[in-house]
Design a protein around this ligand. Structure first.
Ligand code: HSE
Length: 348
C-alpha cells in the first residue's frame, strides 16, 4: 500500500522522557514499513515536556534528532518553534492533532496530571494513546466512556507489560474464553532487582542499575513497594474481570522487606522470590485483587522469569490456563506499545 498523497497523521507528544524519545526514534526507523504495510505516515506536530519545554516543530524538522541530543532543562527554546516552558494543556487543546500521546510520569497516588491531559485531549476530539498507568487505573472507565461519546479511541496497551500485547490479546482474542482470574510478574524493575539481589547486590545498587536501564519509575519506590503493580492489577481486573475497583482496593505489599539473605536462603532451597500481582472473580462475581511477594518453587511457571521480563497467566473457563511472557519495561519496548495502538486505531 503506497502512502503517496496521503495526509500524515499528526501526533502530539506529551512527555519527552526515555519513552517519548524512543517513540520518536521508532517512528523514524519504521517509517518505510509503516507506509508500505499500513499506508500510515506519522508526523510529530508538537512536543511538550516539563523538563525541556515545548516545541511546535517547523515543517521537515526531525524531532528524533533531539532524542539523540544532550538537552538541557528548557533546551527546546533554541529550536525553531521552541519554548523553554512546558505547555501541556495549551498544546493538547490548540495544536490540531489526530492523536495525543500521553507519556509523562505515572503518578501512583492519583494519576495526575496525566489523567487531566487525557481528559482534555479526548474532549478536544483527539484519540489518546498512553503507556501511563495512572489515567487508566484511576479513571479508565470515565475516559473510555468519554472517548466513546466523542467518537475517538482511548488506547493503553503499554500500561501493562509494555510492548507485550497482553491487553489486546486478553480483551479481544480471549474475550469468549471466560477469563476469571490472572496472576503474573507485572513489574520489570522489582523482578530485575530480586535477580540482582540473588547475585549478592544490595537493594539500592540493584535499583540504580534498573534506573540506568530505563526500567524504573520516576520514583522507584513505586516499583519496590508494589504500587506500580497495584495500578496494573486494577487495570487488568477492571478490563478483564468486569470489576470496578480503584488501586486502593488492591491489597499491596512490596519487596522492601526482603533481605539478600532471604533470597539466597530461598534459592538454596530451590525457591525464587517474585512479586506477584493477581486477581480473581468468584462465583458470585466478586473480585479480589492483591500484590505480594511469594517464594515460588522451581516448577512454578513464573519461577524462572528473569530480569525485566514479565509474565502473566490467565485462568480461563474454555482454555484452562493461558500464559504470555515478554518484556515488561524499557523505553523501546514501551514505545512499541504506543505504535501498536496507533496502528490498531488506523486499521479499524
Ligand atoms: N517501572 C515499570 C516496571 C515500567 O519496571 O515494570 C513499566 O510499567
Amino acid at each position: 500500500m503506497a502512502d503517496e498523497g496521503r495526509a500524515p497523521i499528526n501526533v502530539v507528544l506529551i512527555g519527552f522522557g526515555s519513552v517519548g524519545k524512543a517513540f520518536s526514534r521508532l517512528i523514524r526507523d519504521s517509517s518505510a514499513s509503516l507506509a508500505s504495510k499500513y499506508g500510515i505516515r506519522l508526523n510529530i506536530a508538537a512536543v511538550s515536556d516539563l523538563r525541556f519545554g515545548s516545541l511546535v516543530p517547523c515543517e521537515g524538522m526531525d524531532v528524533s534528532r533531539l532524542a539523540e541530543t544532550s538537552l538541557q532543562p528548557g533546551g527546546f527554546e533554541k529550536y525553531p518553534g521552541g519554548s523553554s516552558r512546558a505547555q501541556n494543556e495549551t498544546i493538547i487543546r490548540d495544536v490540531p492533532a489526530d492523536i495525543v500521546i500521553e507519556a509523562t510520569f505515572t503518578n501512583p497516588v492519583d494519576g495526575e496530571p496525566a489523567t487531566s491531559h487525557c481528559r482534555r485531549a479526548i474532549e478536544a476530539g483527539r484519540h489518546v494513546v498512553t503507556c501511563n498507568k495512572g489515567p487508566v487505573a484511576f479513571a479508565g472507565k470515565e475516559l473510555k466512556a468519554l472517548a466513546a461519546r466523542k467518537g475517538v479511541t482511548f488506547a493503553y496497551e503499554g500500561a501493562v507489560m509494555s510492548g507485550t500485547p497482553v491487553i489486546r490479546v486478553a480483551s479481544q482474542t480471549l474475550a469468549m474464553a471466560g477469563i476469571h482470574g490472572f496472576e503474573g510478574i507485572l513489574n520489570g524493575t522489582s523482578n530485575f532487582v530480586l535477580g540482582r539481589m540473588g547475585e549478592g547486590l544490595d537493594l539500592g545498587a540493584a535499583v540504580r542499575e534498573a534506573q540506568a536501564l530505563g526500567y524504573a519509575e520516576a520514583d522507584p519506590s513505586a516499583d519496590i513497594e508494589g504500587h506500580d503493580v497495584r495500578l496494573k492489577v486494577a487495570i487488568m481486573a477492571n478490563e478483564l474481570l468486569g470489576a470496578d475497583i480503584s488501586p486502593e482496593q488492591v491489597l499491596c505489599e512490596g519487596i522492601s522487606g526482603l533481605q539478600p539473605a532471604d533470597i539466597l536462603k530461598a534459592s538454596r532451597a530451590g525457591q525464587h522470590w517474585k512479586l506477584i500481582g493477581s486477581a480473581s472473580r468468584d462465583e458470585r462475581g466478586s473480585v479480589t485483587a492483591a500484590v505480594a511477594p511469594r517464594a515460588l518453587s522451581s516448577g512454578h511457571p513464573l519461577a524462572n522469569i528473569a530480569g525485566a521480563t514479565n509474565a502473566i497467566t490467565f485462568r480461563t473457563d474454555v482454555l484452562g490456563d493461558v500464559s504470555m511472557v515478554g518484556p515488561g519495561a524499557g523505553p523501546l519496548q514501551t514505545a512499541y506499545a504506543l505504535l501498536s495502538d496507533i496502528i490498531a486505531i488506523y486499521r479499524s
